[in-house]
Write a protein that binds this ligand. Sequence first.
Ligand code: CP
Length: 304
Amino acid sequence: MKHLLEIRDLTDGQIMQLLDRAEYLKKNNHRIPTSIANKFVANLFFEPSTRTRFSFEVAEKRLGAHVLNFNEASSSSVKGETVYDTLKTLEAMGVEGAVIRTSENHLLKKIAPGMGLSLINAGAGTREHPTQCLLDLFTIRERFGQIRDVTIGIIGDITHSRVVGSHMYALPLLGAKLMVAGAPGMLERPDDPLPPKVEINSIDEIIAEADVVMMLRIQHERHLERFSMSVEEYHQMYGLTKERAQKMKANGIIMHPAPFNRCVEIDGDLVETEQSVIFQQVTNGVYTRMAVLEEVMVGGAKHA
Ligand code: CP
């Protein structure tokens, strides 16, 4: 794998190999390989990020890479330089890997064929967020011992979620069941429709049936019209309230890719309960991203 552009490009075997490597790295945290030591990796975020950006930086530094962080506002992007030309410029300096977040759904696919350096998608528009998907899969497997036959319910702004865009392919491919629910106007994915295997349900059906309840925030920044419902109304009708959490399966878990908005899509007190693995997802993100960096930059564990 030279790049990681979209989860839908991967086979089930490739996904499981990355999860296995991430598991090894987590278990052997005390002796992390410096497999990409002294290679230069650049992080280019054209949309805001906390988790993904720092998680990649931690992963890169743990693997011994030299890390370059790009700041759009002080770069030549403001003079009209394209992302393609920016990357070719970095490549000409000897940078071998680039982690990119963009608001454009198809940008990475378009520019990848001309690239000598390895590209990793750190979130592209409303289409895919493959490393978030991988760390979620890792967390599900860690908790249930498998992904096959696990039922995952994703509730929230399905329309604008690149996390859904990745999971709607990965979960059915790995034998899991994916159910989704959301407020009216937040279910349709006009540019990237839900595959037939994904079920649309009510929130309370998901609460009763799912092993994993994954909540999503409303992506106000991508809504063209102002959302008319009050925060309290939304929380009661579509949020994970304490009452709903009590109706979850006894061994059910709460996930959220974050950032979360306490008391909007999730009751603030549920974030840090026993049921919640939200911060475990963040921890697992580092190991998962280390596995991805090794794979695209040096061909995986066999060369690590
Ligand atoms: N989950 C996620 O992508 O978070 P950030 O936007 O903070 O990177």
